[in-house]
Design a protein. Structure first.
Length: 173
């Protein structure tokens, strides 16, 4: 894992051709689904691992924490300890992005799952399929893709985990 700044995140997403904020602008992906994450941590982590296996089996992933305003001190300590394991000493506010290699998929699944469980908002960006997940404070997760095939695969994954969802065939429809 490598921690990166907001500028580095933006530059990387531009290189990957993945929209940084799919909610705004003309670059929003065509396909969109919204669903409720699993409530228990183990199911959440299995779901996230299955998502990464389906969409990032051989590629990097980027997780960006965007809001952790209501964190408990022990939550930040766990994240800081994990970042220290990657020799990262900057606070989360200075380098809120975590870039994972394909070999670090399990760690990426744990990070994103922790953000959901903690109620922190976070993005999970994948370059190979150009898919994006956004976790709304642990309550709802949004998914975007330009690929109908990937959209159908995501709906199947959501169904496999019996998660309640809504979808749209076009953003803004």
């Amino acid at each position: 894992m490598t921690c990166i700044t907001a500028k580095e995140q933006s530059d990387l997403l531009l290189t990957w051709s993945v929209p940084e904020d799919p909610y705004y602008g003309s670059s929003a992906p065509l396909h969109y689904a919204q669903f409720y994450p699993p409530k228990d941590f183990r199911s959440l982590q299995y779901f996230t691992a299955a998502y990464l296996e389906a969409f990032a089996s051989d590629t990097a992933s980027l997780i960006v924490f965007t809001d952790w305003a209501l964190y408990a001190p022990h939550e930040m300590e766990l994240i800081a300890a994990a970042r220290l394991g990657a020799e990262e000493t900057r606070p989360l506010i200075e380098a809120s992005g975590q870039l994972f290699t394909s070999k670090e998929r399990n760690l990426a699944a744990a990070y994103f799952s922790l953000a959901v469980a903690y109620g922190w908002s976070s993005y999970l960006y994948l370059p190979s399929h150009k898919t994006t997940l956004f976790n709304w404070e642990g309550d709802i997760i949004d998914f975007w893709s330009d690929s109908e095939k990937d959209f159908i695969e995501m709906r199947n994954l959501i169904s496999t985990y019996n998660l309640l969802y809504t979808d749209k065939t076009e953003q803004g429809a």
